[in-house]
Design a protein around this ligand. Structure first.
Ligand SMILES: N[C@@H](CCC(=O)N[C@@H](CS)C(=O)NCC(=O)O)C(=O)O
Length: 277
């Protein structure tokens, strides 16, 4: 894989890189950002961002680097959709199309050719990790909102790839809420059976993931009741061997101010699960 570095910045004696590569999966150039700690990393976190985000939001706003640098955690943040295409309606809505790839492989036209963010994360990001000489590291996955949905669904489907899962304000049951229904109907078509492959409440029933999952959810989050509903995932997990901790955080909203308040807890959680502390 040919990786182009567009920008690099020293940060807490580590390095933040903004990079691009050609994706055979999406058929486009893809952007991502990477944090490398000051010493040899001992773990790698893949972070998936939410609606409207690019590869920059987590880097600029999450405040994860002091802890990550000290603890030796490398972080990779992919973009949230293909870019550079101009499909009909692609840029009209903030919760669909560009910036809203939903970490699935679209099957409906005109999205099916490029909107393959599930395979992009599983295949291309794996190749990117290998090309960056980070593939020897134990891995965890986390994300926010739509990215929390991505972290839960991809983590539950791929325990061989990720040994620890967490999420911030994730969309846990997209089949049943407006954001998910809009995305799934447009990307996957009307056949709701096919939606189950991208719904954490469905996937947890048959997942081979045997670790714990940590979720933080702000109680002042405007999207809590209509879109997020963590209780649906608690109910789904209760019938399985997956051990879930949902922490309801009083006064916190949906923003990266909330993410930055608890990101160190999530990194510590992952290091414990990866048996590195
Ligand atoms: N654009 C929406 C909000 C979208 C939103 O909150 N996106 C979250 C993820 S779902 C986010 O991280 N936004 C980018 C940011 O806060 O940096 C609105 O204005 O209500």
């Amino acid at each position: 894989m040919n990786i182009e570095t567009r920008k690099s910045h020293r940060c807490f004696d580590g390095e933040v890189l903004f990079q691009s590569h050609k994706s055979p999966t999406t058929g486009t150039d893809m952007n991502l950002s990477v944090f490398l700690p000051k010493e040899k990393p001992k773990a790698l976190m893949v972070w998936l961002s939410g609606l409207t985000c690019t590869e920059e939001n987590f880097m600029a706003k999450a405040g994860a680097f002091q802890f990550a640098s000290r603890q030796g955690v490398a972080i990779i943040c992919p973009d949230t959709s293909p870019r550079g295409t101009d499909l009909p309606g692609e840029h009209d809505d903030w919760d669909f199309g560009s910036g809203a790839g939903f970490y699935l492989d679209a099957t409906a036209n005109p999205w099916a050719q490029n909107y393959k963010m599930y395979s992009y994360i599983v295949d291309d990001i794996s190749q990117f990790i290998a090309a960056s000489n980070l593939d020897h590291l134990p891995r965890c996955i986390s994300g926010h909102s739509m990215g929390g949905h991505g972290a839960l669904t991809i983590g539950l489907k791929h325990p061989e790839m990720f040994q620890s899962i967490s999420a911030f304000a994730p969309i846990v049951n997209p089949m049943e809420v407006p954001w998910g229904q809009k995305a799934f109907r447009n990307y996957l078509g009307d056949h709701e059976e096919s939606w189950k492959a991208y719904d954490a409440c469905q996937l947890v029933k048959s997942s081979k993931y045997n670790g714990e999952i940590l979720i933080d959810q702000g109680l002042a989050d405007n999207f809590l009741t209509e879109q997020l509903q963590p209780e649906a995932f608690e109910k789904a997990c209760s019938a399985t061997a997956v051990s879930l901790q949902v922490r309801r955080q009083k006064g916190y909203d949906h923003s990266y101010f909330f993410v930055s308040s608890f990101i160190d807890d999530h990194l510590s959680f992952h290091l414990r699960q990866l048996k590195l502390t």
